[in-house]
Design a protein around this ligand. Structure first.
Ligand code: GRF
Length: 198
């Protein structure tokens, strides 16, 4: 039986799209995206879910306890095995992470442990990369625990920083060359082990 995947996304959802495409093309074959959750009602990720006929929900309650209770209810209702954070901007509590130990993964747009942790999100990561002068950056798929960007690393891919890059051009290259590749690979790897045990 295939593992059931929930994708959490707050924004554009290009990583969600990469997962949908990988499922369509058979690169993800041991899992299926069964649910998409956003904390933003207007996230384009929800439109992508709708276009692919995946059940989707905007959970916009502000208080963390209420938010997580609602989300946990949805995860149980859809029998979710694996949670994928794909540009999800809300921090999850240690209690939530503990309930899905080794079953939550995230994609971060740098080579962890560089340019990660508190304050390193979205374009800020790429701004700091450019400021530092490093010539190589990349992306990391990792497990999620109670420490921001602190869980075990699953896959990484390096990307060159080019002369004249802006945070925006670098962000796009890191997405295209690294994130959209390693995230589906990491998902398939974990789904294979979950599906094998089902
Ligand atoms: C990606 O850069 C991801 O690494 C970070 O947030 C961004 C989300 O982009 N966590 P998208 O919504 O998947 O296009």
């Amino acid at each position: 039986m295939k593992a059931k995947i929930a994708v959490f996304a707050s924004g554009e959802g290009t990583n969600l799209q990469a997962l949908i495409d990988a499922q369509k093309s058979g690169k993800i074959k041991n899992g299926e995206i069964a649910l998409v959750i956003s904390d933003k009602a207007d996230a384009y990720a929800l439109t992508r879910a709708q276009d692919f006929a995946i059940p989707f929900f905007a959970v916009t309650v502000k208080e963390r306890g209420d938010f997580e209770r609602e989300v946990l209810g949805l995860l149980a209702r859809y029998g979710i095995d694996l949670i994928v954070l794909a540009g999800f901007m809300r921090l999850l509590s240690a209690d939530f992470a503990g309930r899905y130990k080794n079953r939550i993964i995230n994609v971060h747009p740098s080579l962890i442990p560089a340019f990660c942790g508190k304050g390193f999100y979205g374009l800020k990561v790429h701004e700091q990369v450019l400021k530092s002068g490093v010539k190589i950056t990349g992306a990391t798929a990792h497990y999620v625990n109670e420490i921001t960007d602190g869980g075990e690393i699953i896959l990484q891919k390096a990307v060159k920083v080019k002369k004249g890059d802006t945070p925006q051009t670098l962000q796009q290259r890191v997405k295209e060359r690294a994130e959209w590749k390693i995230l589906p690979q990491a998902v398939e790897k974990i789904c294979k082990s979950i599906a094998g045990g089902k």
